[in-house]
Structures are given as structure tokens and as C-alpha cells.
Design a protein around this ligand. Sequence first.
Ligand SMILES: [Zn+2]
Length: 178
Amino acid sequence: MKRASLNTPNDWLSWAEDRSIPEPNSGCHLWLCAVRGKKGRGRRAADPRPMACVGGRSGSAFRLLWEGVHGPIPEGMVLCHTCDNSLCINLAHGFLGTQKENMQDCAKKKRQWLQSASSFEVPSAKFTPELLEYVRAVYTPRHPEFGSKALAKKLGMSRNAISMAINGHTYNRTGGAQ
Ligand SMILES: [Zn+2]
């Protein structure tokens, strides 16, 4: 990827916009570029996190973006998500908390996620090229959150449509963006 020169918050915001897709229901901005996660089985990480290398720094894309816009994160503070989506880089979904708060928050979010997963749907969803990219990027076989069954549920699509997307059919053949 082209080395970007990011000097102002606006530079950072357009950098992030080029690399993410807005998810209309949750308002999350899903990261489309490199991800890295805790060790998982198979070729995908079990818990993918947006990663970026920019301006000589590399690490969490969400954290880099946050610091680019809001300035350095104070020592002892961690960047938390108000949403449950580990791939979300929407700054409006981020807040600074202490490590302890983050852990408490995570436990709470996890419970909420389990409760809300069944109601999280995209009506009449069709594959746009971006959505196709997203599904291919996060798909992890048999993963409780990123397996084909979970993705189908999350995106309100048939499992068959998800499988077709993963297996390389183009978006035109699966219903298509118009
Ligand atoms: Zn979000």
C-alpha cells in the first residue's frame, strides 16, 4: 500500500475512509485492510484486529487513527469500543478508559452481543464489492463469530450466499450491486 503522509486529523479521517466500509445498521466502520489477531486455527486469526503501518508506525489501525485525530493516548488508558465489533474503526465508537474499565466493559459487551446477535440483520442485503471484500477478509472456518453460519446470520443472508462469496463468485452472480 502507498505510504501515506498524514499530518492533520482530516488526513487521518480520509485515510480511514478509504480503508473501511460503513455498516448501515450499526454505524460501524469495518476495516478492509490487514488484520492480525490472537493465534487461531487455520489461516485466519481467531480474533481479527485492524492493523496498519503508517508514517513509520505500525500497530492497531484504530489506535493509530485515534491518536492521529485526538492526539496520543495517555499512559494507563486504553482505547475501548462502544460497539462489539473488533473490526470497527469508527472513532465515534471509541472512548478512552482504564484497563480495568475496559475489561469490565468487554464482559458486558460480550453479553450484549450474544443477546443482540439474532436481531442484527441487514434487510434485503446484497453483496456490494465492499461487502464481498469484508466477508472474504473476516471469514474464518467454523468460527463462532466469523464462520459462514455466523456471517450469514449477522448479514441477514443465506449461508449459501456467504459460501458463494467466499468461494470466489463475483458480486454480479450473487445478486449484485446496481
Ligand atoms: Zn463500531
